[in-house]
Design a protein around this ligand. Structure first.
Ligand code: ADP
Ligand code: MG
Ligand code: MG
Length: 897
């Protein structure tokens, strides 16, 4: 097996297609050779060698040594100079390069091959002692850091590593000599410092910096392989879902120098602007500098060209004006690369004494709006087809356009207070309040507020609605606060354990800062970061983004899945329609009872101890419910609306203070003791598995009757008024067909009565939410009666795993950490388990009822990979929160490609 692949002089063993073996960097260095682009010659050691290294106690395959020697010879031949040669030494860099780029996560060592023996020759050749000793001290620094400390597994406290020690020697030297910048140091300074560096290394690390070129080369190669398993790289892979088995390649490449004087330079560039997507060449460069200087930020880099100068950089020299010939060569390479790769490239280049060399090209990272613009532009330019354009944008990248965000420059300067879980994306700034009522009151006074709670409950909803953002100390990504906030597209951070809230004094301790009611904070809900004070926001308005609109049209042309939304108010519904929703997949009804006027009626109903009282209490709710449904059905303009009958355990309506219990007793003319007893009687050990869902309607049929009547009277009246409406009445938490038929019978008999009362024919459907394993297993029985299924995958996940979603926070992090589960099954559908139940239910349901309408309405309805699964299983629609509708539209299109 071949372990080493050569490149140089317009030839290469590898190609761009060989990323798995050569890593992204190596494959593209090879490809640039094929394209006739100038690349310093060298070779790539494959990722297989990395795998071998880790599978064999960190040793290399036997053949590697000979291949390495041969490759080095070949490189020397192209360059006409030799590695380790005392007159005219070849120097190389040793660069990491995985399949997928992991920026800054792994190591690079530059200037390898400089030793006490090769230094004099190079000084003589270049006639530039300053340059040589500057290169030497960089080698020492990098080598000590990467090879002698990190790769050797030496653990140091942050800021106490060998690199920091060497840097402080440099600082001391600058102070002593009153130098401002590194450029003020001359050859003697660097020479002196190199000596000091080596002494420091041997005293701190107990080992000498190697003075032998081959020792440096071997050490460097091994260190890069070793860096694959450095802590930083491992955690990056975990976040980005990069498999640990992939391994990195190592590139050994002839050094070119941007620090040889004023006709030398180095820079990085993007073939289009990665922040805006604009089709202009965009980059930064520095004269007389070496690679990392541009990125390291020690010197402020200059703009690449005149077009991209800003207010801040207008007086800086551009490469275009300083080196016009080189610039136009670079601009040509830009075109070649974009044409060839058909995508925006992120490139590194170095100019050595008037000669341009390309050091890297890769597909450039970009933010969401830039991704959309580039994809649409490139399709319109004919560079890619529409399908490719659709695949170029990650559905979650649309998020950026749908929410206001923090201004990124302002955010960099902001003071971070704490971090929590990023539950609701976007940015928000406001004054802190601690109760829902305060939130509403301040809001009504024209103040922007952020509601801080230990955790939220349905009773906080009005305050959450009034707030710009919600911040909680407890709860996870699927907590009440998170669900509600996401539903509204509201910024939200949950589970921020650094919050210590005192609701009595209306104060919160965040980290070491004490905030009082009315103090300003700012949140970045996309990243889960909380900042002190006010930070500027940039507003969201996707309709002002022409490329977004275009891309969504393309998505709609391609997709087959329908996209509905979960909405429970006419406002939500209207928002969702703007985002392209084609119906409501889940309209919950319980929140409709929390309004002050209504909650009393429902509490009366709960307290009733006989049917007559209960019926009269329930019927008090009828006019309210009817009005709610009128609003929503009308807002949806004839699109289907799935309305779920009452679902939660009744005690959720009965969390009362002593005072409220007295009030309630007075109101209904009973004593407090009765109230207290009834509340105690409602207590359940496992409310999630208790008296809820259709079990309520079975025990108290008048609830179902009232809700059916509210929905169908609204339907009848709207129909008579000439509005077309399509309600779908959904019976929750059905586990047996008999539960279903019991509730269906009530709905149908109400419908028959209303048809007679209004003298019209109603069009409506009755169906069920499939959210229990037993329902999936008996889907054929249920489908004989039901007209539609809607998978409630939140409960289905709870009941399939036997996980309580509200308690998952205590063990899920451990599960993810130990790889027991690949991801949170409440965020991304567990396809192997829960998914199997879904597939089974779809098949057996459609087996008896081929026209069965099927959708999904859990949180998963907005998750791209779950959407793909839904399409594969022949679902008709997915339903998600309004702000995820565009994301679902794109994901549904991608599911077809
Ligand atoms: P990363 O993957 O972190 O970008 P690189 O391997 O690209 O690391 O190297 C870091 C820096 O060193 C880059 O700026 C690169 O241009 C520079 N560099 C790497 N190899 C050479 C070389 N052979 N000649 C000149 N500069 C180099
Ligand atoms: Mg690089
Ligand atoms: Mg449910």
């Amino acid at each position: 097996m071949k372990h080493v692949y050569l490149f140089g002089n317009g030839q290469a063993d590898g190609t761009a297609e060989m990323k798995n073996l050569l890593g992204g960097k190596g494959a593209n260095l090879a490809e640039m050779n094929h394209l006739g682009i100038p690349v310093p010659p060298g070779f790539t050691i494959t990722t297989d060698v990395c795998t071998h290294y880790y599978e064999n106690d960190q040793t290399f395959p036997d053949e590697l040594e000979t291949e390495l020697t041969d490759a080095l010879k070949a490189t020397e031949q192209i360059m006409g100079i030799k590695f380790g040669d005392e007159q005219d030494p070849l120097l190389v860099s040793i660069r990491s390069g995985a399949r997928q780029s992991m920026p800054g996560m792994m190591e690079t060592v530059l200037n390898v091959g400089l030793t006490t023996k090769t230094i004099p020759g190079l000084i003589k050749k270049t006639n530039n002692a300053r340059f040589v000793y500057d290169a030497y001290r960089r080698l020492i620094m990098m080598y000590a850091d990467v090879v002698m400390e990190k790769a050797a597994g030496i653990e140091v406290e942050e800021g106490r590593g060998i690199r920091n020690r060497l840097e402080s020697l440099l600082e001391i030297h600058k102070k002593e000599n009153q130098y401002q910048n590194d450029t003020d140091l001359n050859g003697d300074d660097w020479k002196l410092l190199s000596g000091k560096f080596k002494t420091e290394i041997s005293s701190t690390l107990g080992d000498e910096f190697p003075d032998d070129p081959m020792a440096q080369l071997r050490g460097g190669i091994q260190a890069v392989f070793q860096s694959w398993n450095g802590n930083r790289a491992i955690s990056y892979r975990r976040i980005e879902n990069i498999p640990h088995e992939w391994g990195t390649a190592v590139n050994v490449q002839t050094m070119v120098f941007g620090n040889m004087g004023d006709d030398s330079a180095t820079g990085v560039a993007f073939t289009r602007n990665p922040a805006t997507g604009e089709n202009i060449f965009f980059g930064e460069w520095l004269a007389n500098a070496q690679g990392e200087d541009v990125v390291a930020g020690l010197r402020t880099p200059n703009p690449l060209n005149e077009d991209t100068k800003t207010e801040d950089t207008k007086d800086f020299p551009s490469l275009e004006s300083s080196m016009p010939k080189i610039y136009s060569q670079l601009a040509e390479i830009r075109e070649t690369l974009e044409d060839h790769y058909s995508d925006m490239q992120d490139i590194e280049f170095t100019i050595q004494e008037g000669m341009l060399w390309m050091l890297q090209t890769r597909v450039g990272k970009r933010n969401g709006s830039a991704a959309i613009k580039m994809a649409v532009d490139m399709a319109q330019e004919g560079m890619i087809d529409k399908q490719t354009a659709l695949m170029r944008v990650k559905p979650d990248q649309l998020d950026e356009l749908l929410h206001p965000m923090l201004d990124s420059q302002a955010e960099q300067k902001a003071v971070l207070l704490a971090k929590g879980l990023p539950a609701g994306p976007g940015g928000a700034t406001g004054r802190v309040v601690f109760t829902a009522d305060d939130a509403e009151a301040w809001h009504n006074n024209g103040d922007k507020v952020i509601l801080i709670r230990e955790e939220t409950s349905p009773e906080d909803v009005h305050g959450m609605h009034a707030a710009e953002a919600v911040l909680t100390a407890r709860g996870g990504m699927t907590s009440h606060a998170a669900l509600v906030a996401r539903g509204w597209g509201k910024c939200c951070i949950v589970g921020c354990s650094d919050l210590h809230i005192n609701v009595q004094t209306k104060e919160v301790q965040i980290g070491n800062q004490l905030l009082r009611e009315g103090d300003w904070i700012t949140m970045n809900g996309t990243l889960g970061k909380i900042y002190s004070g006010q930070v500027d926001l940039t507003p969201a308005d996707p309709d002002t983004h022409p490329e977004y609109k275009e891309l969504m049209t393309w998505a709609d042309e391609v997709r087959i899945l329908n996209i509905r939304t979960n909405a429970e108010s006419p406002d939500d519904a209207a928002q969702a329609i703007k985002f392209g929703a084609e119906g409501i997949g889940l309209c919950r009804t319980e929140h409709m009872f929390f309004d002050e006027t209504r909650i009393l009626a429902i509490r009366k109903m709960i307290l009733a101890d006989n049917e007559t009282d209960r019926r009269s209490a329930v019927m008090e709710l009828l006019p309210f419910q009817k009005e709610d449904f009128m609003g929503i059905l009308k807002a949806m303009e004839g699109k289907p609306v799935t309305i779920r009958l009452l679902d939660p355990p009744l005690h959720e309506f009965m969390t009362l203070t002593d005072e409220q219990q007295h009030e309630l007793a007075d109101h209904i003319g009973t004593d407090v003791k009765t109230v207290k007893n009834r509340i105690a009687g409602l207590h359940e050990l496992n409310p999630m598995l208790g008296h809820r869902g259709c079990r309520l309607g079975i025990a108290y049929p008048e609830i179902t009757e009232m809700q059916a009547r509210a929905i169908l009277e609204a339907t009848a009246e709207l129909t008579q008024a000439g509005t077309s409406v399509l309600p779908e009445i959904m019976i929750p938490l059905v586990g047996t067909v008999t539960e279903y038929t019991n509730q269906e019978a009530i709905v149908r008999s109400v419908a028959t009565k209303i048809e007679i009362e209004y003298g019209i024919k109603l069009s409506y459907l009755v169906g069920t939410m499939i959210e229990l394993p037993r329902a999936c297993l008996t889907a054929d029985e249920i489908a004989e009666h039901a007209e539609f299924f809607s998978f409630g995958t939140n409960d289905l996940t709870q009941t399939t795993f036997g996980f309580s979603r509200d308690d998952i926070g205590s063990f899920l992090p451990v599960y993810l950490e130990k790889n027991i589960l690949p991801q949170d099954p409440f965020q991304s559908l567990d396809i192997t388990g829960v998914g199997k139940l879904v597939s089974m239910a779809v098949q057996s349901g459609r087996g008896v009822n081929p026209s069965l309408k099927i959708g999904i309405c859990g949180e998963h309805g907005g998750d791209p990979s779950s959407i793909n699964f839904c399409r594969e299983n022949g679902l008709d629609y997915v339903s998600c929160s309004p702000f995820r509708v565009p994301i679902a539209r794109l994901a549904a299109a991608q599911a077809e490609l």
